[in-house]
Design a protein around this ligand. Structure first.
Ligand SMILES: [Zn+2]
Length: 160
């Protein structure tokens, strides 16, 4: 259950704090889980955004530092999903794996995990219902995601 897995990781992250600090930094969440996060510019030549693997017993996420910062954040969250959802070894993700038209069940699950991690449904609800923020662009800024990603997320949650 990708959404539940993301929510339980977020609750570990906010433990002891009264509210979730936004935007979510997926690097902090990886650290909680003992996952190493490494920038690897050699991924760029192969058009890879990120990969997940184990080095010995240590789970390692590599991401492409030539991608945009927002893309890097999504990549790290997505790869962390492969780890948290126990998908096993060796995932390499090109841009296609982050699209909505991916039919691989593990990629779809990792994308759902990443969406809930970076744009938690309860935090979105607070912004919209309590703080009366209705601009997609403003919400995208608060959560540090692209406007397109936020728009898709809001549609999915039934706000648009
Ligand atoms: Zn993937």
């Amino acid at each position: 259950m990708p959404v539940k897995a993301a929510q339980s990781l977020l609750s570990k992250y906010r433990e002891g704090k009264s509210s979730l600090r936004l935007p979510i930094d997926p690097r902090d969440l990886a650290k909680i889980e003992g996952v190493k996060v490494i920038a690897d510019s050699s991924l760029d030549a192969e058009n890879i955004s990120g990969e997940f693997n184990y080095e010995g017993w240590i789970p390692v996420i590599k991401y492409n530092p030539n991608d945009s910062i927002k893309r890097q954040r999504f990549t790290i969250a997505h790869e962390l999903g492969h780890h948290m959802l126990k998908h096993g070894h060796s995932f390499r993700d090109n841009k296609k794996n982050f699209t909505l038209h991916d039919f691989d069940a593990k990629e779809v699950a990792a994308n759902k995990f990443a969406a809930e991690l970076l744009m938690p449904s309860d935090a979105i609800s607070v912004m919209i219902k309590q703080r009366n923020i209705s601009s997609v662009a403003e919400l995208a800024k608060i959560f540090d995601v692209s406007v397109a990603a936020m728009k898709y997320r809001l549609e999915n949650l039934g706000y648009l």
